[in-house]
Design a protein around this ligand. Sequence first.
Ligand code: PLP
Length: 445
Amino acid sequence: MSAIDTTKIPNSLEEHWMPFTSNKDFKENPRLIVEAKGVYLKNHQGKTMIDASSGLFCNPLGHGRKEITNAVTKQLDQLDYVQPFQQGFGGSFELARRIAKHTPGNLNRIFYTICGSTAVETAIKIVIAYHKAKGQGQRFRFVGRERAYHGMNIGATSVGGMINNVKTFASVLMPGVVHMRHTHLPDHKFVKGQPTTGVEMAEDLERICINFGSENIAACIVEPVAGSTGTLVPPKGYLKRLREICDKHGIILIFDEVITGWGRMGSAFASQEFGVIPDVITMAKATTNGVVPMGAVAVKEEIYDAVMDASPKGAVELFHGYTYSGIPIAVAAALAVQDIFEKEDIFKKSKEMSPYFLDALFSLKDLEAVDNIRGYGMMGGIDMKLKEKPGRAGYECFKACYEAGVNFKATGDCLIIAPQFICEKKHIDEIIEKLRTGISNYAKK
Ligand SMILES: Cc1ncc(COP(=O)(O)O)c(C=O)c1O
């Protein structure tokens, strides 16, 4: 601890119970970030690191964007908060219009939430309200997928499929949820982009319809590319097939685009990238470039209309909402982000940098400790070979890479790499070089 600048360490680390963190280990050897600018972070030891995961996918435009800070400051000076029930302010309507310009098809009705988890929870409730409005109240089942991550409230945990997130809470999860198998097959090892095999995994949905009665199924929710579990890219034709099965049985298709939305795949949404239009899209990360919490749900006009039409004029149509839904500072930040998306043609930038990034990422294939690499757009996953028990290799490798000056998140034994869209080739090179050093140092230990 002697090398640490103690002026940056709080008096006590005990009171804060940290999320998704090995608290005991962290508190013995803390990693505190004190500054963020562009693609770089500085920690409390004065060490500069490159941000290889866009701060958990949140900051693709780089840290410390003045345009966003200024917009939030101005908004705070003028109107700091508006209660969002039965009243509003102009900005949220303007933002909904700007978001709807990018969403596919007629997913033009936007409901604000606070984060990705609340976006998923809201999507679940909207789907139920929609089916009730259409006289299909018996549809209560949701179909999720193994290895999915949809957030951490009860609904989102229930449709998720990562074992450690689910097993402790099994007794309180939502009833009626069924899971399809994940799409990662053994022959997808080191496949860059979409695998050409595995489209038949979509037939799991058809089997669930047969086994449970399609008339009971409300929705199928998938991440178009599973992000948190380490970039599981859908086999060619898989998403299209899910769409066909949903259409056949009147099931709502939800794309959870909390990670894949806003350019991560090279198009505004993965929906456009893979040419499949769902009925509902959830989004969150990158909406405000991580500056203020915000999520949103985009729904097809028919869904909104059905819920509106089911209630008499003057009645609240959907008994759902959050105190912090679409609050002024979140909207101000998101509008500034929309301006940057347009001015800097950000989605095109992401698409153009993707081949360079993926080639660089896959160059790590020769490292002995690496078991597998996947990637699409500006997102990739590196699986480390198992060490003693699941999760150990990922965590130890993350720490070695942190020491080598590259910061990202590891989930289980997978290193999640998602560079900012403002990265230049030299930044990608730096990320890969430092990953190589970090992984090699880890392997020597
Ligand atoms: C696909 C997906 N959905 C939902 C969430 C939950 O978002 P949040 O952590 O903002 O609640 C995440 C978070 O990583 C996610 O990746």
